[in-house]
Design a protein around this ligand. Structure first.
Ligand SMILES: *[C@@H]1O[C@H](CO)[C@@H](O)[C@H](O)[C@H]1NC(C)=O
Ligand SMILES: *[C@@H]1O[C@H](CO)[C@@H](O)[C@H](O)[C@H]1NC(C)=O
Ligand SMILES: *[C@@H]1O[C@H](CO)[C@@H](O)[C@H](O)[C@H]1NC(C)=O
Length: 602
């Protein structure tokens, strides 16, 4: 039995499939796993507790909702591997709780226990995103641009064996996330501030009271943040700002926000959904989160008070310049409008790396084919719709498909709406290319040509394409040509512009190269090293072997190890140290009548 399971683990070859889109990015193993699969999370809890949770989920107004949280068991299943965890299971999300398919937050219990490297994560139904891909694609745009972002994947959820459908899984920015991403080794992260409340602008003194310390043990520790707000408000020049914050990194995030047309972060009227974090070197950095309405979704002219277009019903947001898009932030006058040379380069870098139709349209097809069968099943069964009072966009499988292409979707009941993903990308790319001067190879043209300013008003009608769901159709003269992407276009060079300086300096300091060759024992034997996330398939006296690109590679000695060697083959770790048999994987014992893998610590 043991042996046949080990053979079936050969299907894990797929785990090492080339992931070119991600070559420069560090993720936890959980998100590596979800790169090419949609695993199952099966949560079990007492029926009474679940009934109470469903009861608490009946919400049509967030301010009337109450929290609900309980301990539960969770099986995590992928590729026939089944793992068990004890979790904290909680109704989650803000707006998400007002929708028919509410979200959940999960925390893996037990000190040091994680789900393949991730301890806290969120499951969201994203009912108002017809494409179900906004969160995924936007965070990938960030990461591929060299900007930190939460990580995103998909899972199927079951609660007490009831099928709840597909959920978007995302990482949560917490102390552990900060330690991992920034290499901040301090035990307590005390200088991470979350700005959830509307209007957390840097030029507004009340922001001091709006943002909160993200570490519950240090809620009163606000002085550093207050000082930061004062310093930003006093700053007159770029060099004043450079003393307190990572300026180019911040600017690249601002470029991103405009590029993906989001109104739900710093640039938007609501000015929320981000963190400010003071790094060990004293310099502040910006970290946005929650990307379900990016990419031209639910964007309204009324969110732009004081702009000439604020009273027009519908405009072409893809043709609105950065200057007209941002809401008169003094910091952006200093950093962009007075001289936009650096900003233009940052935009150019994002375009070359990722925000071009060749890269993104290809990527959308890949992500869509991964989730397609799961979305279909979810939509057919109206899965997970436990909040009977909640808002229901009524987006079905067909709308999912249309909205990931070129169809602009509008919901009659709630006015949810959104550009088709490919439509937004092609339209906005065209604008950026005209305004900043970008050639067919997605590179900035030097010297810079005169910016082309384009009109943004158009005529449209809304045509019914489903129950309460309409398509926004533009006049013929504003239609765009569908784009045939060239899948071989790639700019995989590591981003250097606007990447986090602190992290970069730390990485440059570490003599990583040398360390790696020492740990990479298989080089001597003329085999390449595996990535740490490659699964060991065979062990001999030299070390553990895995397979990448269909050939053997050696797993470096310094890769993090699991508690017991059999865990990755689907076995539980033994709760005792009685060795019954031994093979190339390690020692085996028996627990509860089942084979189990003896812990390394025995
Ligand atoms: C819980 O509910 C399910 C379905 O409603 C039922 O099949 C199961 O027997 C119940 N379990 C217990 C312990 O009552
Ligand atoms: C937006 O700009 C494009 C060029 O990129 C132009 O063809 C189009 O007509 C403009 N849209 C509107 C609504 O004016
Ligand atoms: C496998 O291919 C990927 C992508 O080309 C490369 O990054 C990786 O180093 C290769 N692995 C090995 C062990 O050669």
């Amino acid at each position: 039995m043991k042996f046949s399971n080990i053979l079936s683990s050969l299907s894990l070859f797929a785990l090492s499939a080339s992931a070119a889109f991600w070559d420069n990015i560090e993720r936890t193993e959980l998100f590596e796993i979800m790169e090419t699969r949609v695993p199952e999370m099966r949560v079990t809890l007492g029926n009474d507790t679940w009934n109470e949770m469903v009861e608490k989920a009946q919400v049509n107004d967030l301010s009337k909702s109450s929290p609900f949280e309980t301990q539960a068991q969770m099986k995590f299943i992928y590729d026939g591997v089944e793992e068990e965890y004890i979790i904290n299971f909680k109704l989650g999300g803000r707006y998400s709780r007002e929708t028919i398919k509410p979200g959940y937050n999960i925390k893996i219990k037990g000190s040091g226990e994680t789900l393949h490297g991730t301890k806290n994560f969120r499951l969201r139904g994203d009912n108002r995103d017809a494409s179900l891909m906004r969160e995924k694609i936007t965070t990938e745009i960030l990461q591929k641009s060299g900007l930190l972002a939460v990580e995103v994947g998909y899972t199927e959820l079951y609660v007490n064996d009831q099928y709840m459908g597909i959920y978007v899984v995302s990482d949560a920015v917490k102390g552990k996330w900060i330690r991992r991403k920034f290499g901040d080794e301090r035990e307590d992260i005390k200088t991470l501030y979350q700005c959830k409340e509307d209007g957390s602008r840097l030029d507004d003194p009340t922001t001091k009271d709006k943002c909160v310390n993200a570490n519950e043990d240090f809620l009163d520790y606000m002085e550093p943040f207050h000082k930061f707000i004062d310093q930003v408000q006093a700053a007159k020049t770029r060099s004043d700002l450079e003393k307190i914050m990572d300026v180019d990194n911040f600017l690249k995030y601002m470029a991103f926000e405009w590029i993906v047309g989001t109104w739900d972060h710093y640039l938007g009227n609501f000015c929320h959904n981000f963190y400010w974090y003071q790094q060990p070197n004293g310099i502040w950095v910006y970290i946005p989160y929650d990307h379900d309405v990016d990419m031209g979704s639910d964007i309204w002219t009324a969110f732009f008070p004081d702009k000439p277009f604020s009273s027009i019903d519908e405009i072409e947001f893809a043709n609105v310049s950065f200057k007209d898009f941002e809401l008169n932030h003094p910091i952006l006058k200093i950093l962009v409008h007075d001289d936009d040379t650096v900003f233009r380069q940052l935009v150019g870098d994002i375009v070359s790396k990722v925000f071009n139709p060749d890269t993104l349209l290809t990527r959308i097809n890949t992500v869509r084919s991964l989730i397609d069968p799961y979305v279909k099943k979810d939509k057919e069964l109206n899965a997970g719709m436990i909040n009977k009072l909640g808002k229901n966009s009524r987006y079905n499988y067909e709308h999912f498909y249309l909205n990931s292409e070129y169809t602009y979707i509008f919901n009659d009941d709630y006015g949810f709406k959104g550009y088709g993903l490919k439509d937004w990308i092609v339209r906005h790319y065209n604008f950026i290319a005209n305004y900043y001067g970008i050639d067919k190879n997605h590179k900035l043209i030097e010297p810079r040509p005169e910016p082309v300013v384009l009109p943004y008003t158009f005529t449209y009608e809304r045509v019914l394409i489903g129950e309460k769901v309409r398509e926004v159709v533009r006049g013929q003269q504003y239609a765009i040509q569908q784009y045939s992407p060239n899948p071989s276009y790639a700019d995989d060079s590591a981003p250097v512009l606007g990447v986090n300086k602190f992290i970069k300096e730390q990485k440059d300091k570490k003599p990583q190269q040398i360390e790696q060759t020492e740990q990479c024992w298989s080089k001597k034997l003329n085999y390449p090293c595996c990535k740490c996330t490659t699964y060991p398939i065979y062990k001999d006296n030299d070390g553990a072997w895995g397979i990448e690109n269909n050939s053997w590679c050696g797993i470096p000695n310094n890769c993090p190890k699991s508690e017991c060697p059999g865990k990755i083959y689907g076995y539980n770790c033994c709760d005792n140290c009685n060795v019954i048999s031994t093979d190339q994987i390690g020692n085996w014992g028996i627990s509860n009548g089942q084979w189990c893998s003896i812990k390394e610590s025995c």
